[in-house]
Design a protein around this ligand. Structure first.
Ligand SMILES: [Zn+2]
Ligand SMILES: [Zn+2]
Length: 158
């Protein structure tokens, strides 16, 4: 479960283990969703009055374009995650790094998914590289330089 009642956390730190599927309703249209699901593990604890702290990891697989040569590919993603949740909406409104406690029907659950979604969308594009030494595309003709030199390179060499 990735939405944890506040009263459960108040009773003691919670070990979180869950799965955040690509079909979860938290994702929005146009999001670069994971392939399958993101596995989430961590610990959720009280961090002062009305504040909660999650520390953990999430891992999954992203599908996207290599940021250099633009081929479609899948890439494994593993991220450390530290999240702060606050009951006072003023706190989360003021600070983009603080998330509101707004899960559950009565808003008394800490839902990790909106925060994880945000982190996933922010962090994942940096990971997508088809190989560490991807040569990218020729700026002149757009040829994929991983497949050998294009005709413009040959021209300059001549
Ligand atoms: Zn590439
Ligand atoms: Zn070229």
């Amino acid at each position: 479960m990735l939405s944890i009642p506040v009263r459960t956390v108040l009773a003691g730190a919670v070990q979180v283990k869950g799965s955040f599927g690509a079909d979860d309703t938290t994702w929005q249209d146009g999001d670069g969703v994971p392939v399958g699901a993101i596995a989430v593990t961590g610990r959720l604890s009280v961090a002062g009055t009305g504040r909660y702290y999650f520390s953990g990891q999430f891992s999954g697989s992203a599908r996207g374009e290599c940021r250099r040569c633009l081929i479609e590919m899948e890439t494994p993603v593993h991220l450390e995650s530290q999240l702060l949740f606050a009951e006072d909406p003023a706190e989360s409104d003021d600070d983009p790094d603080v998330y509101p406690v707004s899960g559950g029907k009565r808003g008394d659950e800490i839902d990790l998914r909106p925060a994880l979604r945000e982190q996933w969308l922010l962090e994942v594009p940096a990971f997508v590289l088809c190989r560490p030494d991807c040569k990218g595309l020729c700026l002149t003709c757009g040829a994929n330089m991983n497949q050998g030199a294009c005709s413009c390179t040959r021209k300059t060499e001549e």
